[in-house]
Design a protein around this ligand. Structure first.
Ligand code: BJW
Length: 244
């Protein structure tokens, strides 16, 4: 893998420039977590209408709980740890003097475990839950969730759900994300297929703001032609090589 010098942040940016980074499931693949749309991905095994829509949850909450309980247990398996790509982004943030925002579509907590601070989980977090009846949120929920669970605030049963953003629901902190994209000098998209909106539209927003846009992905994504440059390969190799 060679990275064109004109794409390297060190050669393009001044130290106070602003960076926005979007990550997707591909960055956590080498930590042992599944992607969605790869041949062996999550959507090859379960129907997204059943497990990732409010309608699916209303139809069969127990099925949705099993799906997220399995993934929560998988995430908390001691073998699943942040990889070199997560670490490289945390190190970049530590040394960067300008504005820095990491927006992840991932519901795992590998970025924070690697040390990232300015981080938005736009599709929620696997280890948080909230009550669909009263909105009460429990920030850290590491066990299984079931239809029998009672909300600690309104004491009603059956409404507790994972704090994840399903299709048709509004992703989190969109105003803050749009503001950062509108002022950024470098936009990096890492390990995402570019199939899901609004995240798939971020590259156009950043380009309109005059940012350099670069995709780092195993293979060219659906929207690869929208980026000024791309680097293809596994995240644990291309991300450290690009940002270090
Ligand atoms: C590697 C690698 C390695 C592998 N190294 N790389 C028509 C047009 C436009 C929009 C819509 C439309 N119809 C519906 C919509 C809206 C809809 C949408 O986008 N649908 C599309 C399918 C068309 N979006 C929404 O509904 C969103 N909400 C919204 O728009 O709200 C607006 C609104 C307005 C008014 C009222 C209400 C709302 C919400 C989207 C929610 C997405 N949720 C999910 C599941 C929940 C979280 C979870 O369970 O984990 O989020 S879906 C799933 O996809 C998950 C992911 O975050 C998301 C993105 O996936 P990602 O990360 O890109 O993964 P993959 O697998 O697709 O790609 C992995 C990539 O990595 C691949 O390219 C590999 O090559 C690469 N890779 N190994 C580097 N080692």
């Amino acid at each position: 893998m060679t990275i064109a010098n004109h794409l390297k942040p060190a050669n393009r940016l001044t130290p106070t420039d602003s960076i926005v980074i979007l990550t997707g499931a591909g960055i956590s693949k080498e930590s042992g977590l599944d992607t969605f749309r790869c041949a062996d991905g999550i959507w090859a095994k379960v129907d997204l209408e059943d497990v990732a829509t409010p309608e699916g949850f209303a139809r069969d909450p127990a099925l949705v709980h099993r799906f997220y309980n399995d993934r929560r247990r998988g995430l908390l398996d001691p073998a699943v740890q942040p990889n070199a790509a997560h670490a490289a982004l945390a190190a970049l943030e530590r040394r960067w003097k300008g504005e820095f925002l990491l927006v992840t579509q991932n519901i795992d907590d590998l970025h924070e475990r690697a040390g990232s601070q300015a981080l938005i989980h736009m599709h929620g977090e696997l280890t948080a839950v909230f009550c669909g009846h009263c909105g009460h949120k429990v920030e850290r929920w590491t066990g299984d969730l079931s239809v029998e669970d009672v909300c600690p605030s309104c004491i009603r049963k059956g409404g507790m759900r994972p704090d994840v953003v399903w299709f048709g629901e509004m992703p989190y902190q969109m105003e803050r994300i749009h503001r950062a994209l509108g002022a950024c000098d470098l936009f990096l998209s890492i390990g995402t297929s570019g199939n899901v909106y609004p995240a798939a539209g971020f590259v156009a927003e950043a380009r309109n703001a005059g940012a350099l846009t670069v995709e780092l992905n195993l293979e060219p994504s659906a929207g690869a032609s929208l980026f000024a440059g791309s680097v293809n390969g596994p995240a644990t190799e291309v991300v450290p090589a690009f940002v270090d």
